[in-house]
Design a protein around this ligand. Structure first.
Ligand code: PFF
Length: 451
């Protein structure tokens, strides 16, 4: 089978497409809101530098040095405990597929809000907070058919893109969706400049107040950095396996991190400008995008409609390029390991994801979700909890330790030397061997037992 490689810019945009998603545009603003704003942003950037970038480079080295699917990447690069490491790779791949299922359910909600924004003019968006809350909660807890339809749209979009492969599927879509997303965000940012809420938003996000930072914020920052950088989930390993020789590994990693942070901050500025303009509550959590924002757009008449269509389209672009990246590792594994065709692997992986997604939808439906609760959690929450709080950190630790201790030092030096000085590689080794795994382990233990 001919091997497909990303072009240099295609790789950066595809990885940035994976990174920038619901995490940066939806989660980042509300986590920042709950953690008091600006000081948390600085903490997030610090964590990106000392934990996320080293783990990212670790996963990149596993992918690039092996040029294999995740399971075989681990097996190929070690002489000892091949089966054990193969399982580590397999687990990260499964985690990714699990996340894909509920991630696509949320993308379905975004499609729903895009359709509301597009539907009637001047606007069908709810114009006060109570109506908005009712609309969202009824959709979430009663309208299983609506959710199923929008989930199916999100799911089908991803499957169609993935069926076309790395170059004409993943790369092609990322190369136009990502710039389109940036343009829409920049337009919205420019619009925000004209509103009085902008100054407050900028202050909230950019002037640090360290009194708001606690241990909790540190753990949230690590969790968020992992999720937004698509770490611990076989994604970077898989994409880097199709990385063309000669791509500057260090520069492209830094570009992806910078793009991700820039998008998260711009999205935060836009969202909080609206929040402050209309005196809404910045720390209300999950409802920020699905409850407050639509109300605020509704109060701006036709302009609000346009902004709303733009905002939800941008969110869809960001989320779709992320969702495809979490489905691809498993598909790539089936193609490589069992020589299955791309279509057959997509059917196999897609069916699993679809079933899990449907179970997630019904988990929120009144009268049904209660019937299959486990460990006191509904299925959606359980999946989200297991994936993000247990499997994702474990995957991250696995990748860091593997690159730090198992892969041969000479191989790592040969790979990175053209792009990094020996001193930089030394710092990376130190971080990846000691600091990142410890940080991640600490967050896991804390989240599991103390939060
Ligand atoms: N990074 C994406 C986001 O922040 O929305 C989500 C994601 C993609 C998570 C890929 C995990 C992953 F492997």
């Amino acid at each position: 089978m001919a091997k497909e490689h990303f072009s240099k810019i295609g790789y950066v945009l595809a990885v940035a497409g994976s990174a920038v998603g619901l995490g940066a545009i939806w989660k980042f603003p509300y986590v920042v809101g709950q953690n008091g704003g600006s000081a948390f942003v600085l903490l997030y950037i610090l964590i990106c530098a000392i934990v996320a970038i080293p783990v990212f480079l670790a996963e990149l080295s596993i992918g690039k040095l092996s040029e294999s699917d995740t399971v075989n990447a681990f097996k190929k690069l070690t002489t000892k405990n091949k089966t054990l490491w193969g399982y580590v790779g397999g687990a990260t791949m499964l985690t990714a597929a699990m996340i894909a299922s509920y991630y696509l359910v949320i993308v379905g909600w975004v499609f729903k809000y895009l359709s509301i924004s597009l539907s009637s003019l001047p606007t069908a968006l709810p114009s006060d907070m109570n109506t908005s809350k009712t609309l969202f909660m009824e959709f979430l807890t009663k309208d299983w058919l609506g959710q199923l339809i929008f989930f199916a749209i999100a799911f089908a979009s991803c499957i169609i893109i993935l069926s076309r492969g790395v170059k004409s599927g993943i790369e092609k879509i990322s190369v136009w969706m990502m710039p389109a997303l940036f343009l829409m965000l920049i337009f919205m940012l420019l619009y925000s400049f004209s509103m009085s809420g902008f100054i407050k938003a900028a202050e909230f996000l950019l002037v640090p107040d360290f009194s708001k930072i606690g241990l909790d914020s540190l753990f949230s920052a690590i969790g968020l950095a992992f999720f937004t950088m698509s770490l611990g989930m076989a994604v970077i390993i898989t994409y880097s396996a199709s990385l063309a020789d000669g791509t500057n590994l260090f520069k492209s990693t830094i570009s992806v991190v910078a793009i991700n942070i820039a998008v998260a901050i711009i999205a935060g500025l836009v969202i909080f400008t609206f929040i402050f303009e209309f005196n809404a509550e910045p720390s209300q959590g999950v409802g920020l995008v699905f409850m407050s924002l639509p109300t605020l757009f509704a109060n701006l008449g036709i302009v609000g409609n346009i902004l709303s269509v733009m905002f939800f389209s941008a969110l869809i672009f960001a989320a779709i390029t992320s969702a495809i990246s979490i489905i691809e590792p498993f598909v790539f594994f089936l193609i490589r390991e069992f020589h299955m065709s791309r279509t057959k692997s997509l059917v196999a992986v897609g069916s699993g994801i679809f079933i899990l997604g449907v179970l997630c939808i019904f988990a929120n439906i009144e009268g049904i979700g209660e019937k299959y609760m486990l460990f006191g959690k509904d299925f959606f929450t359980l999946l989200d909890f297991t994936a993000e709080k247990i499997l994702l950190p474990l995957g991250g630790i696995g990748g860091a330790l593997f690159a730090g201790y198992v892969i041969k030092k000479e191989a790592i030096y040969t790979l990175f030397r053209p792009y990094m000085t020996d001193w930089m590689i030394g710092v990376w080794y130190f971080l990846v061997r000691y600091i990142s795994p410890l940080f991640v382990l600490a967050i896991m233990i804390y989240m599991l037992f103390f939060s």
